[in-house]
Design a protein around this ligand. Structure first.
Ligand SMILES: [Zn+2]
Length: 150
């Protein structure tokens, strides 16, 4: 590809994880997490699977779209990170209402006062550009913010 063609190529936002999809009209249409359901036992997974960890079935798996709400299952306040990332932040495992868990950062908590009341807090997904790749495409990450059930 010539330099000119590369510049002319349309830039496209890309999800940072393979189990998130950005619709054609993103960001007008929100990004979402997706995965598969085991047709044999109903177990759900983020992204593709070649075998079910619950029943051992090798498929077929049905692709499904997950909702954007859930609650904090577990968390850690991270005080040190790699250069270029801001700390402290809250790294959490979020149990989605649809029955899968996802590792993501959670915002909207008072980071100076972590406590057991954070477990089970209601959260909702949002997306944010976290960096730009070598081709100049935005890289989009899924994050969560506390909703307090609202
Ligand atoms: Zn299964």
């Amino acid at each position: 590809m010539t330099q000119e063609a590369a510049t002319a190529a349309e830039k496209k936002p890309n999800p940072i994880v393979p189990f998130m999809k950005l619709p054609e009209k993103y960001p007008d249409e929100p990004a979402y997490l997706w995965g598969v359901v085991c047709n044999n036992c109903g177990a759900k997974y983020l992204g593709h699977r070649t075998a079910c960890g619950n029943c051992g079935s090798t498929g077929p798996f049905e692709e499904t779209r997950f909702g954007d709400e859930g609650e904090i299952y577990s968390f850690a306040v991270v005080h040190q990170t790699v250069p270029g990332l801001e700390a402290p932040y809250v790294a959490a495992i979020v149990d989605l209402d649809d029955g899968v868990s996802v590792r993501a950062n959670v915002y909207g908590l008072d980071i100076s006062k972590p406590g057991p009341e954070w477990f089970g807090k209601r959260v909702k997904m949002f997306t944010e550009k976290v960096r730009v790749d070598r081709e100049g495409n935005d890289i989009i990450a899924a994050k969560f913010k506390v909703t307090d059930g609202k």
